[in-house]
Design a protein around this ligand. Structure first.
Ligand SMILES: CC(C)(COP(=O)(O)OP(=O)(O)OC[C@H]1O[C@@H](n2cnc3c(N)ncnc32)[C@H](O)[C@@H]1OP(=O)(O)O)[C@@H](O)C(=O)NCCC(=O)NCCS
Length: 178
């Protein structure tokens, strides 16, 4: 699995908030998180947020982000969010982000991962299904103001050989996956 040339994966920093929020609003026009919600996520000790950014020319630009949450020692984790810039979708960035979230879950000893996805989002559903997630419940009209159902999806994780993470917040440990 690899990122397209000119992109790299790294741990998110709280300073990424503005870029992430821009992408959040573009990706979830009717039910975006607020900046304070997102800020809480980026600072949370239970979270693991990562971004993909461009490395070519000018200032780096974030083109994708994703987040996982799990309490220390808890064998259960939640995928909180994932989004890729519209003009970069379908090029493998989502797959790289999602793979890294599941790798982090395994590093934390997680055995069960849950997520919610809109019932009208077949692209995300296809990605999750491809990673072994199954729909286990439906939450009627969960997404407001649209009144769209949520699918609750779940996957069991098998323990795997540990892989290195992409570095703690604030540390410039960058990881180009290839
Ligand atoms: C869902 C999302 C993150 C996927 O990111 P992406 O970078 O486009 O995905 P990738 O190119 O890595 O493809 C990963 C998988 O997604 C699915 N997928 C991607 N594009 C697809 C399309 N046009 N049609 C159907 N499935 C598609 C496939 O299962 C694909 O796996 P495959 O390549 O083995 O077939 C992206 O579409 C997105 O940001 N959507 C808007 C935000 C969103 O809906 N987030 C999910 C909230 S629950």
């Amino acid at each position: 699995m690899s990122l397209p040339d000119g992109l790299r994966l790294r741990r998110a920093h709280p300073q990424d908030l503005d870029d992430v929020m821009w992408l959040e609003h573009a990706s979830f026009p009717t039910d975006a998180w607020s900046a304070s919600q997102m800020s809480g996520e980026l600072y949370s000790p239970h979270g693991y947020y990562i971004v993909v950014e461009t490395t070519e020319g000018g200032a780096p630009t974030i083109v994708g982000y994703a987040g996982l949450s799990s309490l220390a020692g808890n064998p259960v984790a939640d995928v909180q969010t994932i989004a890729v810039a519209a003009d970069r979708r379908g090029t493998g960035i989502g797959r790289v982000l999602f793979t890294e979230l599941l790798d982090e879950a395994r590093r934390r000893g997680v055995r069960e991962v849950f997520l919610e996805v809109r019932a009208d989002n077949p692209v995300a559903q296809a990605m999750y299904t491809g990673f072994g997630f199954e729909r286990i419940a439906v939450r009627p009209r969960y997404y407001q103001p649209d009144g769209v159902d949520a699918w609750v999806m779940r996957a069991e994780l098998s323990p795997a050989a540990p892989t290195p993470g992409v570095g703690p917040i604030g540390q410039e440990t960058l990881d180009e996956r290839d």
